[in-house]
Design a protein. Structure first.
Length: 87
């Protein structure tokens, strides 16, 4: 969730009026990830449909030989002022 949210800020950093909230996050674990291991998270912006932002990601070994997990997510853009009022 953190890596996908960070990707939103990098991909859509010019959107100062909105923030993205996680609406759906699906993770498929593929292989054990041992403590002390190093890995790479790759995040892909799949598409944008209005306020909906779809990402996918892969957690894999540094050399790409092992996929530890794959994820898909849906984020919704929400006006920042509406969220701040409700906190």
């Amino acid at each position: 969730d953190t890596a996908l949210g960070f990707a939103y800020h990098i991909c859509l950093y010019e959107d100062k009026e909105n923030i993205a909230v996680t609406a759906n996050l699906k993770i498929d674990f593929r292989a054990p990830f041992r403590e002390g291991s190093e890995a790479v998270v790759r995040v892909y912006l799949d598409r944008i449909e209005g306020r909906k932002i779809f990402f996918s990601s892969v957690l894999e070994s540094k050399d790409g030989s092992v996929v530890y997990a794959e994820a898909t997510s849906l984020f919704i853009k929400v006006n920042r002022s509406k969220v701040v009022k409700n906190i």
